[in-house]
Write a protein that binds this ligand. Structure first.
Ligand SMILES: Nc1ncnc2c1ncn2[C@@H]1O[C@H](COP(=O)(O)OP(=O)(O)OP(=O)(O)O)[C@@H](O)[C@H]1O
Length: 253
């Protein structure tokens, strides 16, 4: 069953066209890696899918709901972990989890249990009365990730969940995402870490120039381009260059 269906999605910011006709359908139980150059429109797509931006044309269905007509139905059923820490930084993590769990109608005991298991798994340590504004970037990222998973959603959108995480934490999050799909969850995430995307994604979707430039398993898309690694494939398909370019910004001084 398709749990995400996108048909001719177009989105512009003023006169700047960002998404120029996206067609996509996603089956349940997969890890989808959404990649593309900076500014390609990955966050924009994820925000639309999460029901946070109605300003687009085309049809977007998530879990059978039209995200423009029924954004609340969508929001209730999904997890959304944004790229930037849109969190209430004056709160302690406990207060923040209580707030998020409350919005999802979770009993406080459930929130507390799930949060403390996730914190332990992700090795997030702090003193009990420490506020989020004192946290490092990686610590804030972990709080966001935990808060987005508290209600155990079936479909989880993550916008660059690995940004700011140390090597051990990247391994932990990678394992966590794989274990979530083993429990039937669907993960749709964007990342710039090609090594991880290549390794954990059941399907990779490459966005370039407002359109989908590649869509399939790594083996499938690699078979068309014969590039060896996702990093090289990315460069080939997005007009970059994996080869070294000689450059001296102080030349001719
Ligand atoms: N609120 C906004 N107003 C105007 N332009 C915007 C707005 N949000 C995004 N954009 C523009 O839309 C384009 C796509 O942005 P988006 O954040 O979706 O890209 P991205 O693929 O997630 O990039 P990155 O990999 O750098 O995070 C960019 O050119 C960006 O400047």
């Amino acid at each position: 069953m398709s749990i995400i269906k996108i048909s001719n999605l177009q989105k512009a910011y003023g006169s700047k066209s960002v998404l120029r006709g996206i067609d996509l359908s996603v089956e349940a139980g997969q890890i989808i890696g959404y990649i593309g150059p900076n500014g390609a429109g990955k966050s924009t797509t994820i925000r639309i899918l999460a029901g946070l931006d109605k300003n687009y044309t085309g049809d977007v269905e998530v879990l059978g709901f039209d995200v423009k007509k029924d954004p609340m139905e969508v929001k209730r059923r999904i997890g959304y972990i944004p790229e930037a820490a849109e969190i209430y930084e004056m709160l302690t993590p406990k207060e923040f989890y209580e707030l998020v769990g409350g919005l999802q109608d979770l009993p406080w005991e459930t929130t507390q249990k799930r949060a403390s298991r996730l914190q332990e798994y992700l090795d997030l340590k702090y003193s009990p009365d420490q506020r989020i504004d004192t946290f490092s970037k990686g610590m804030k990222q972990k709080v966001l990730l935990i808060s987005g998973l508290l209600h155990d959603p079936d479909l989880i959108f993550l916008d660059e969940p690995l940004a700011g995480l140390d090597a051990n934490s990247v391994i932990r999050v990678k394992d966590l995402l794989q274990q979530l799909t083993e429990r039937g969850k669907t993960i749709f995430y964007s990342s710039h870490i090609m090594e991880v995307v290549e390794k954990i994604s059941d399907r990779i979707i490459l966005l370039n120039d407002g359109k989908i430039a590649a869509n399939g398993t790594f083996a499938e898309i690699n078979a068309q381009a014969h590039s060896g690694s996702l990093e090289t494939l990315f460069s080939q398909l997005t007009g970059g260059s994996a080869a070294r370019t000689d450059f001296d910004f102080t030349a001719d001084e």
